[in-house]
Design a protein around this ligand. Structure first.
Ligand code: GLC
Length: 438
């Protein structure tokens, strides 16, 4: 297919999914605004509609809580969104905005990256104006992450819900959830095989085959966690009190480390001083990330916040330190070897979200095996940072091919390339435009 034709198809998707100042990830399945989706979308939009790219970011920042948190979802009030608002009840927190309804958890902090990429398409004085406008909010966001989410000041930030990582049913999280966060009533439902009832409440399985989504029991556990958070008014001290479940996610922290670096660059370009306390946190976070390397096994792993133990289960999150840019060349080489190895991540349509040798690998099921364009984009960026341009180009080519043959789907089978999840998915369209422009 001609490059221009593919770009046209992707732009059409972003135009259909536009909803005022933001873009829905996919209208039926995801009708609100999501944090990291909007960042990826802005990165694509900047190539042809810079004002819309800026709007995407500004509308995301409008959802920021007064404590600095940027929520992972901002609900669209024009939709019948009562159910979502009632599930979350974020108004229980004194920090949530008065004029908007949002979720009460966050998502990978990749806003600095989106801001820098959008700024690169503006002339110098407009870019500086834009950076100055957004930096105070961005400082608060990063400061919140590295204080509230690092209560012991150890460097890595903790995540309280799998949705915060953006990789919802990543096996590392699912295993911990099933061990520590399954209340008796869900165990009973599971034993009695009554979980089918949940289908009535699920929006996703109405649009996508259940074999491509999380299971009903997993959905219930995730919902139960939200109930617990809202009972505690989204107060992190209360949430952590007696919690058996909490993870310092390696993927989330890799994205933070890179965006911390970009934050410093943005502040330098705009000649805005970064608070000393924030700078210290940034260095501490990068140091802690470097130390997450498991010498024996030669991998980066997420850590159990409660026990301090590494969670040695290899998934795509363990490759995201490449994107962070803070790891050594030797460590990057080791990750590249695994990306190439056909017994691990080197499948025909790379890069699977879970390696083929993992017991939980399922090529059709959500973040449990399928290939996603956004994680490919992050890893491509990391490969380029470390000089692995040949493999980066190969992944770019194979990613574009998937979209070219099937359209901008949400995810694809790494085995046969079959399109899965939602059709006309915004970040796939936006990042394809970006990859075609590299
Ligand atoms: C799913 C994805 C998440 C994304 C959201 C909206 O929940 O796992 O990463 O942000 O959909 O597209």
């Amino acid at each position: 297919m001609e490059r221009e034709h593919l770009i046209k198809i992707c732009r059409e998707v972003l135009s259909i999914n536009q909803n005022g100042s933001h873009t829905m990830p996919a209208p039926d399945l995801y009708p609100h605004q999501w944090l990291w989706d909007s960042c990826f979308i802005a990165i694509g939009l900047r190539h042809y509609d810079i004002e819309r790219a800026k709007d995407e970011i500004m509308s995301l920042l409008e959802g920021q809580w007064s404590n600095g948190m940027i929520p992972h979802m901002i609900f669209d009030p024009s939709l019948n969104y009562g159910t979502d608002r009632d599930i979350w009840r974020s108004f229980m927190s004194p920090y949530s905005p008065d004029n908007l309804s949002t979720s009460g958890i966050t998502q990978p902090p990749i806003i600095a990256e989106a801001i820098k990429k959008v700024g690169s398409k503006l002339n110098k004085s407009d870019a500086i104006k834009f950076y100055k406008q957004v930096l105070p909010k961005l400082f608060n966001h990063h400061q919140w992450l590295m204080s509230e989410r690092d209560p012991h000041g150890e460097g890595l930030t903790l995540q309280i819900h799998p949705w915060e990582t953006g990789l919802d049913n990543n096996p590392v999280w699912m295993e911990q959830l099933s061990e520590h966060s399954k209340p008796w009533w869900i165990v009973a439902i599971e034993k009695l095989h009554l979980d089918g009832i949940v289908n009535v409440l699920r929006r996703d399985t109405r649009h996508v085959a259940p074999g491509q989504r999380i299971s009903n029991v997993e959905a219930l556990v995730m919902f139960d966690m939200i109930r617990r958070f809202r009972r505690k008014n989204y107060d992190i001290i209360k949430i952590l009190h007696r919690s058996l479940f909490c993870i310092e996610d390696i993927g989330f922290n890799s994205i933070l480390a890179r965006n911390n670096k970009i934050l410093i660059e943005l502040a330098e370009m705009a000649r805005v001083k970064i608070p000393k306390e924030l700078l210290d946190m940034i260095h501490r976070q990068a140091d802690a990330l470097k130390k997450s390397w498991d010498k024996q096994d030669g991998n980066f792993y997420s850590k159990d916040f409660i026990t301090g133990q590494p969670l040695q289960n290899l998934t795509i999150s363990s490759l995201l330190p490449l994107y962070s840019g803070v790891i050594s060349q030797d460590q990057a080489q080791r990750l590249v070897d695994q990306i190439k190895n056909y017994k691990i991540f080197g499948l025909r349509h790379p890069i699977p979200s879970v390696p083929v040798n993992n017991k939980d690998f399922d090529p059709m099921r959500y973040w449990q095996g399928p290939t996603w364009v956004n994680t490919n984009w992050l890893i491509i960026d990391g490969l380029k940072q470390y000089g692995f341009s040949e493999i980066a180009d190969d992944i770019i080519k194979k990613t574009i091919e998937l979209v070219e043959y099937h359209g901008p789907y949400e995810y694809f089978s790494p085995v046969d390339g079959q399109p899965l999840g939602a059709a006309n998915f915004s970040w796939t369209a936006a990042l394809t435009i970006d990859l075609l422009s590299q």
